[in-house]
Design a protein around this ligand. Structure first.
Ligand code: SAM
Length: 197
């Protein structure tokens, strides 16, 4: 049997193994991705926000600081090891009480229209059924809620990103911007049609 190489793991479309998280979730990442700068325009004080595919919490921790004591961050990852590391980091950063962790998105079915902002950072390419996944995001967002899709250029071609963007539109999410984020392709969506707001 052929053993996977480090590069094949990094570039495959399968779920990123938890220990690979350390290769991109480290202090050097701030040079090309400053979480506070990226998220401040969307994550407001006392908001409820979701970080799906949160990994070790590079963005969840920043979100927790931005929402403040009255806010809430719902962090979702299918790998319990990621959530354990995130919880440890949240305690170290003094924001553990603002972060709830979940291993799947089923909980959101019970909380329709409850979330102000949803982030998927470098994870949508790992999701096999993107249509069902995006329907859950649509369901949990408030009518004026926003969704930021960020995909790594190394995993997602221009065509693949175009297809993802199209699926978002078909799910009822309306593209309004494409913020610049290092090494990434991005699209910002709003649930409501801007003219209807
Ligand atoms: C490449 S990592 C990115 C982690 C984090 N967003 C970041 O930018 O540091 C992708 C993460 O998505 C998670 N993931 C993949 N499919 C998922 C799904 N369907 N639901 C929740 N998490 C998922 C993986 O376990 C992994 O932690």
């Amino acid at each position: 049997m052929t053993q996977p190489t480090f590069r094949s793991i990094l570039t495959s479309t399968h779920v990123c193994p938890w220990w690979i998280g350390y290769t991109f979730d480290n202090p050097l990442r701030r040079i090309f991705q400053n979480p506070r700068q990226i998220l401040a325009p969307y994550v407001k004080h006392s908001a409820t926000v979701v970080d799906i595919g949160c990994g070790m919490g590079y963005y969840s921790i920043a979100m927790a600081k931005l929402v403040g004591k009255e806010g809430k961050v719902l962090s979702v990852d299918i790998q319990p090891q990621m959530l354990a590391i995130l919880s440890r980091r949240a305690r170290k950063n003094g924001v553990a009480e603002r972060i709830e962790t979940f291993q799947d998105m089923d909980i959101f079915a019970e909380r329709p229209q409850s979330v102000d902002f949803c982030l998927t950072f470098w994870m949508l390419h790992e999701v096999p059924d993107k249509k069902a996944f995006l329907a859950k995001i649509f369901n949990v967002l408030k009518p004026d809620g926003k969704y930021l899709l960020v995909e790594p250029k190394i995993h997602t071609t221009v065509q693949q990103f175009g297809a993802q963007r199209q699926l978002c539109t078909e799910a009822g999410l309306n593209p309004i911007d494409s913020p610049k984020i290092g090494l990434s392709r991005t699209a910002l969506f709003i649930k409501a049609i801007p003219n209807d707001r």
